[in-house]
Design a protein around this ligand. Structure first.
Ligand code: HEM
Length: 413
């Protein structure tokens, strides 16, 4: 280990420094910290966990919350803007919100979207094909042509948000993700994120007002109607969860499709296996989630003192868990730095764990399986047009552009 890193209280993983080589490939640094300093306290006073076993024990088997035991969100001043999204609540409030919102989000309701998602993917790829001057010269930006419009369209249609407003959200939602960890923001980033949140709030508020007058069968109408033992979502809760689902539905899925296509193109042997056996798209997407998933970590607050890695952590300690480091833990995933579609993925943590396990996991998987599976099937000679990675504005691992060449891309049938 270099002396620079030994004297660095962040061990080379400073969340304020999000650019450069570390962002392109954080895994060597994550692997090193997981092996050498698997549990440590950061200069901000919170703790970080890197080993898979520790992350799982914290998320599933330890008394934790999102807030301190007296209800405070670490590092957040709620007198400026109270946080009402379910991900920032503890039971019983979380239980109540999740139960109400889940009503619009059942697995059969998501599964019914399958033919629609397939048609949308084919239509998006046809549009890219039509732009090409010849079949030998098909070029596309996987993000702009597929990974962004697909989840954007699907979540807008689910929520009943007019499609023409889709572009508005792309920047707003990317900015709003930063508010999940305001402690790591500069003042300028914080102001931009609050600005975007205000715009989204005004937009969603007027949409809820309109929808109340004419309820339909969209998700927002389902949320307006949702009732459980005489309980309903308040007006503000409706807006917050409309925005929350929009952000969650847009952002993360772009990252999964974009990073997934990139990794498959960087691993031609694995891509060839997938082309030969299209049913491997199911484990392929799980490997994309494990190997370079869009959300590298999550957080909790300890609701009881606990010991991790021989260190005593006091009650109410905020804890950041590194999902990305846990996914490269050789104690759980053999040869973890190899991208291998056919491996046991059952232990991956890309959708978090415990009571906050991602509500949209089924939708995200459905969209990614269809988008990536169709792209590699229709574009038999797909290749990266640039080795450079261009990251987007989001807090998460989401590329801004992914230019590829797709000579001989097939039309939809
Ligand atoms: C690849 C795509 C996605 C990934 C990797 C992802 C990942 C995550 C993660 C890591 C969490 C936090 C879990 C925890 O801390 O234990 C989460 C929560 C959540 N996600 Fe996703 N997500 C994705 C897509 C979606 C989609 C498409 C939606 C809905 C439209 C969605 C809705 C939610 C909601 C509502 C929560 C909060 C759940 C709760 O607090 O109970 N996610 N997601």
């Amino acid at each position: 280990m270099s002396s620079d890193i030994a004297s660095d209280p962040w061990f080379g993983l400073d969340p304020f420094q999000r650019n450069g080589a570390l962002r392109d490939d954080p895994y060597p640094a994550l692997n090193r910290v997981r092996e050498e300093h698997p549990v440590h306290r950061t200069p901000l006073g919170d703790y970080r966990l890197f080993r898979h076993a520790d992350v799982v024990r914290l998320l599933r088997d330890t008394k934790v919350g999102m807030r301190t035991t007296d209800g405070k969100l670490p590092g957040v001043d709620e007198t400026i803007a109270p946080r009402r999204f379910m991900l920032q609540q503890d039971p019983p409030n979380h239980t109540r919100l999740r139960r109400l919102v889940s009503k619009g989000f059942t697995p059969p309701a998501i599964e019914r979207l399958r033919p629609h998602v397939q048609a949308l993917v084919d239509q998006l790829l046809d549009q890219a094909l039509e732009r090409a001057t010849s079949s030998a010269a098909v070029e596309l930006d996987v993000i702009a042509d597929l990974a962004r419009p697909l989840p954007a369209t699907v979540i807008c249609q689910m929520l009943g948000v007019p499609l023409r407003d889709r572009e508005l959200f792309t920047d707003w939602t990317a900015q709003v993700t930063h508010l999940l960890v305001p402690r790591f923001l500069t003042e300028e980033q914080l102001q931009r994120s609050f600005g975007a949140a205000t715009q989204l709030w005004a937009y969603m508020s007027s949409l809820v007002e309109t929808r109340r007058k004419t309820l339909g069968d969209d998700l927002l109408s389902v949320l307006i109607r949702a009732e459980e033992a005489g309980d309903r979502l308040s007006h503000d809760e409706l807006i917050v969860h409309g925005i929350g689902l929009l952000v969650a539905g847009f952002e993360t899925t772009i990252g999964l499709i974009g990073n997934g296509v990139r990794q498959l193109l960087l691993h031609p042997d694995e891509l060839a296996k997938l082309r030969a056996r299209p049913e491997l798209i199911v484990p392929a997407v799980e490997e994309c989630l494990r190997f370079d998933g869009p959300i590298p970590g999550t957080q909790r607050v300890l609701h009881e003192p606990a010991e991790f890695g021989g260190i005593q952590l006091p009650i109410n300690s905020p804890i950041n868990v590194s999902i990305a480091a846990a996914h490269r833990d050789p104690r759980v995933f053999p040869e973890p730095d190899r991208f291998v579609i056919e491996r046991d993925h059952s232990a991956h943590l890309a959708f978090g764990g415990g009571i906050h396990f991602c509500l949209g996991a089924h939708l995200a998987r459905l969209e990614a399986q269809i988008a990536i599976g169709t792209l590699v099937r229709r574009a038999p000679e797909l290749e990266l047009a640039s080795a450079r990675i261009e990251w987007g504005e989001s807090l998460f691992r989401i590329q801004a552009r992914l230019p590829v060449r797709a000579p001989g891309m097939l039309r939809s049938v």
